[in-house]
Design a protein around this ligand. Structure first.
Ligand SMILES: [Zn+2]
Length: 527
């Protein structure tokens, strides 16, 4: 079963009463806007967006909330920002730090909006809100009061679930210092049911500087923020969340999810939402960038692939299995091949898990008919766009064995755009080809047997009336059999004289795209 259907089934089962009462099902996800967003975050976003999408497709009323977490403190300075400029903001809520670029209200807006734009582009868009708004609105007040009053039980939960020992005088909340604006450097020292006493000191935490201020203030309406695990639990309650998962790292035994769920039940008297973990999305193993581009940020990945192909990449793998994607390799051509396979299957009328993956890979407004069109292989388009002497429309019409329709042309044009981008930004050298104007230098290293095979092929080709991919394919294999050469020697010889490389695209098809005279002369190394 398509993994998102499995999750949607469970949401329906758990919230049957809510559905019957006509209440919306709430799906929530968040991202801390502390810098550029790594592509791996799209995994979590896709899980929540697709579950919301599947539930909606079943006719449910779904509220999908996406939080730009702008209330977390800065706890590290991204490598691309100037350390000296930002050092003084360590421990300050992100919404109170200036934006790195003009035109944005604050630091969190700058990075948060960039990410939201990516989510909209790939169709993962949701109702966006900010964590600061949530705290300032007062909906967290009740939970803040409960957590302060039951702080002994909070400590007990931390120890019971995660073996984490908090000091006796610990309060599960940080206030924003009225004097210097720091959040992480403050420490609450007392609570009388209404106001908290606090100190702001560099001794509180290693990486944030306090100002030495001591004060007494209300912890409500945006004056304070929970530490992460309580924060998560309080948001479950405040937003009445029904489905929210998270990265695998939060789902370990004794990890933040278990702590948040226990806090939700025992401190806030609320049943936590259903949630599952998503596995990681790695780019090229662990490496974050390649020699050429990077595709390390969500924005870069959204520029590298059209939305439906990026969605396919995110949806095709069960959410609890890792995705390792390397745009330098043949991963993108292979992904397109998968799309083509799913499309053909869909068009043949088969409805199964694959058709669910295919359907939900498209943005909502693209769904419906999925008009039949010719899908040229991405690898072939990527080759064609590198051959300036070829007309890609004619070559693709030959592959189709028929005239191209308007839809075919639109599909080809889009693939050509993304193929050029892939070749320019990522593709490994082995995918870069140029038809050699003259017999290349490297052809001098061919053996006599290789030369003889090429000449024999030229003789047979010259006898053909017309050259097409299929007849060339047959001839080539005939000559290869007679030559006694290994495939590597035989095909390597052909690619060498034309491309100056020992590998290339499907050889029969490739040779069929060449002018016959040129083909014959080059096989005989005459030109
Ligand atoms: Zn201070």
């Amino acid at each position: 079963m398509f993994w998102a259907d499995t999750i949607a089934d469970e949401v329906e089962r758990r919230y049957e009463d809510r559905i019957k009462a006509g209440l919306p099902l709430v799906v929530r996800d968040e991202k801390t806007a502390s810098g550029r967003v790594h592509v791996g975050s799209l995994r979590s976003a896709s899980m929540h967006a697709i579950v919301a999408d599947v539930l909606r497709s079943r006719g449910h009323n779904v509220k999908f909330l996406f939080e730009i977490n702008d209330f977390d403190p800065m706890d590290g300075i991204p490598s691309y920002l100037d350390t000296e400029t930002y050092e003084k903001y360590m421990g300050v809520p992100l919404c109170n730090i200036p934006s790195p670029e003009p035109g944005f209200d604050n630091f969190a807006e700058y990075y948060g909006q960039e990410y939201v734009k990516v989510l909209d582009k790939v169709g993962f868009g949701a109702q966006v809100y900010r964590a600061s708004e949530l705290y300032r609105s007062g909906v967290m007040n009740d939970m803040i009061k409960k957590a302060l009053e039951r702080r002994a039980l909070v400590r007990d939960i931390y120890f019971r679930i995660s073996r984490s020992e908090k000091p006796e005088d610990w309060y599960p909340l940080n206030v924003i210092c009225e004097n210097c604006g720091n959040l992480s450097a403050t420490k609450i020292t007392g609570f009388d049911g209404e106001l908290v006493d606090y100190t702001c000191s560099s001794d509180t935490i290693a990486w944030a500087k306090g100002c030495g201020h001591t004060g007494r203030m209300s912890p409500y309406n945006g004056n304070a923020k929970f530490p992460w695990k309580l924060d998560w639990a309080a948001k479950f309650v405040a937003q009445e969340v029904n489905f929210e998962g998270g990265g695998k790292d939060h789902y370990t035994k004794g990890g933040s999810r278990q702590v948040a769920e226990a806090i939700c039940r025992e401190i806030f008297d609320h049943e936590p939402p259903y949630g599952v973990f998503n596995e990681f999305f790695l780019v090229g193993g662990k490496k974050m960038s390649s020699s050429k581009g990077g595709a390390a940020t969500a924005g870069e990945m959204a520029d590298t692939l059209p939305p439906h192909i990026l969605r396919l990449l995110l949806l095709r793998t069960p959410i609890n299995r890792q995705i390792d994607f390397d745009p330098d390799s043949d991963a993108i051509p292979v992904l397109y091949d998968l799309y083509d396979k799913l499309a053909e299957k869909y068009w043949s009328g088969i409805r199964d898990d694959d058709s669910q993956v295919f359907t939900f890979s498209h943005l909502i407004d693209e769904r419906g008919e999925f008009p039949v069109r010719y899908l040229p292989r991405f690898s072939q388009v990527a080759f064609l766009v590198q051959m300036p002497h070829m007309n890609i429309y004619e070559e693709v019409a030959k592959l189709k064995e028929g005239e191209l329709t308007d839809l075919d042309v639109a599909e080809l044009d889009e693939r050509a755009v993304y193929a050029r981008r892939w070749l320019r930004e990522y593709a490994d050298d082995k995918f870069i080809f140029s038809l050699q104007e003259n017999v290349p230098e490297s052809a001098t290293s061919l053996t006599d047997a290789q030369r003889a095979a090429l000449i024999s092929l030229a003789d047979k080709v010259s006898a053909l009336e017309t050259i097409d991919g299929q007849s060339l394919h047959e001839l080539i294999h005939e000559v290869k059999g007679e030559s006694g050469l290994t495939p590597q020697e035989f095909f390597g010889g052909i690619y060498t004289v034309f491309l100056g490389k020992t590998s290339g695209p499907k050889v029969g098809w490739f040779l069929s795209t060449l002018d016959k005279d040129f083909l014959l002369k080059r096989l005989k190394s005459e030109e």
